[in-house]
Design a protein around this ligand. Structure first.
Ligand code: MG
Length: 250
């Protein structure tokens, strides 16, 4: 099932996307997926980012290929950091280059959407706490990442977290292609099976350190091929079995 968030007139809702139609949900999809009985044509609405998280949690250096290209070792435990929720933009919206950086790069990442409050969850039970998966781009000002002691500023600029276009609830993250293009040219092309730590392991690990809330998202790390973008570029981040997140750069 594809879950979207959309706006039409003065309505903002979650919905189930099937073909070109959206069936509106009565509330949010976290406690139960209950339809309102109303439906909308996809062409008549604006799709929003499919989540409104309280936290954006990210995992660094979770592909050996990416760790190597930025001259880092893969960590002996997951490396966890955050982005502010103010960085979120929807599919189809702009990544805005900040004047502070001369090296803004894209990172396509498989993204877990939490469905249920998760605290200290065993790995075998993690599936009960995942609503589904989406695509996100961990946009990074690489020059600032290495100039600052902390990664926070380099990852946090407004628009540095494109997410979407929807949540796929039936996705299984076993061996799925994860890729990105800039102006149609492939930059990243890998398999989710290359991750150092699996999404299930990561959600369990994170939940043992702090509580994940419904709607929180976890970006599970980028494969090699991170590439600089400049104004005018068109970026696509794709995950087989979910879909394609579209952005443009300005
Ligand atoms: Mg990343």
């Amino acid at each position: 099932m594809r879950l979207v968030r959309f706006t039409s007139g003065n309505i903002t809702s979650f919905g189930v996307l099937e073909g070109e139609q959206i069936r509106q949900l009565a509330g949010d999809p976290y406690s139960e997926i209950k339809e309102s009985g109303e439906s909308f044509a996809l062409a008549d609405v604006k799709l929003l980012a499919p989540v409104e998280p309280k936290k954006i949690v990210l995992v660094g250096l979770n592909f050996a290929s990416h760790a190597a290209e930025i001259h880092q070792e893969t960590p002996s435990e997951p490396l966890i950091f955050f982005k502010p929720t103010s960085a979120i933009v929807a599919s189809g919206e702009a990544i805005v280059l900040p004047h502070q950086s001369k090296q803004v790069e894209i990172e396509a990442e498989l993204t877990v959407v939490i469905g249920k409050r998760a605290n200290n969850i065993a790995q075998e039970n993690v599936g009960d706490y995942i609503l589904g998966y989406t695509v996100a781009n961990d946009v990074t000002a690489r020059d600032i990442q290495f100039a600052d002691l902390q990664w926070a500023r380099s990852k946090a600029f407004d628009s540095f977290c494109p997410v979407g276009p929807w949540i796929e609830t039936d996705f299984v993250p076993d061996n799925k292609r994860i890729s990105s293009t800039i102006n149609g040219e492939t930059k990243q092309d890998a398999s989710t099976s290359e991750m150092v730590y699996s999404p299930e392991f990561l959600i369990s690990y994170i939940s043992q350190n702090f509580t994940l809330e419904p709607g929180d998202i976890v970006l599970t790390g980028s494969p090699a091929g991170i590439s600089r973008v400049v104004a005018g570029d068109v970026v696509q981040c794709s995950i087989e079995g979910i879909g394609t997140l579209h952005s443009f750069v300005k």
